[in-house]
Ligand binder design. Structure first.
Ligand code: ATP
Length: 243
């Protein structure tokens, strides 16, 4: 059974359908990259999965349970954690305090403050620093760590690279590699196609609110993903599925 099942999802801003008839599944332990140009609907989709945007039509199932209209705090308690674009940390609190906030949902699991510091060693020396004084990369690692503290079954990352220098993005991804070996199911939105292709097992490409490509990474090509990304071909690739 897929750990996350998204079926015919429709999310609107007023009359505007920002996400249209989106369907895809995510398997346990899989790393799914969602790619697409600016305005394709990626953030809207992730926010809908996390319960931050209401769903107009369609369903979202987490481990077989229908969570389509569940409030976001109950989704976290059910095992779905979002690291939002822009991180949303409490900037006057320390790294450790921010991490401990993630624990408040009370889900059982292996993640502890110490394990977060092992996964993100660059945070160790910043343990008692106010997050507002830290670099973008350190803040991003703290935001990911805070989400992990809720012991999620599915971790959703929205553009972890945003606003970071290439060097810092390298550091964040190096930390994520440690996380990827733990078997956590991860959905990530990534603008940088090369990075997405390097880390993900599967890719979903969105264009103008709908899915134009859904494929195992090994069964598609950079050319097919690029064509889907820009909508330059009717056929996106050998495994393409058109909405
Ligand atoms: P980006 O990579 O630029 O973040 P995205 O793929 O995440 O883009 P969204 O931010 O989900 O795309 O936006 C999808 C569409 O919905 C865009 O046309 C955007 O202008 C529109 N949109 C996003 N947020 C709102 C909002 N709060 N109200 C109205 N329209 C919105």
């Amino acid at each position: 059974m897929s750990i996350l099942r998204v079926t015919d999802l429709d999310v609107r801003y007023g009359q505007f359908r920002a996400v249209r008839d989106v369907s895809f599944n995510v398997e346990q332990g899989e790393i799914l990259a969602i790619v697409g140009a600016n305005g394709a609907g990626k953030t809207t989709l992730l926010r809908a999965l996390a319960g931050a945007n209401p769903v107009k039509a369609g369903t979202v199932h987490l481990s077989g349970t229908d969570i389509t209209h569940m409030p976001s705090h109950l989704r976290v308690a059910s095992g779905l954690a979002l690291v939002p674009e822009g991180r949303k940390l409490f900037l006057d609190m320390t790294v450790e305090e921010n991490l401990k906030l993630g624990r408040t949902v009370g889900r059982m699991g292996d993640w502890t403050v110490e394990r977060i510091f092992e996964t993100f060693p660059n945070l160790v020396k910043r343990r008692h620093a106010a997050t507002g004084t830290m670099s973008g990369g350190e803040q991003q690692a703290t935001a990911i760590g805070r989400a992990l503290m809720s012991n999620p079954d599915v971790l959703i990352l929205d553009e972890v690279s945003l606003g970071l220098s290439p060097l810092v993005v390298d550091q964040v991804y190096a930390s994520l590699e440690g996380l990827m070996t733990t078997g956590t199911t991860i959905i990530l939105v990534e603008q940088d196609l090369s990075r997405a292709m390097a880390v993900a097992d599967r890719v979903v490409c969105m264009l103008e609110g709908h899915v134009v490509l859904d494929s195992p990474m090994g069964a598609t090509t950079r050319e097919a993903i690029t064509a889907a990304y820009f909508g330059t071909e009717a056929q996106a690739g050998p495994q393409g599925e058109h909405a």
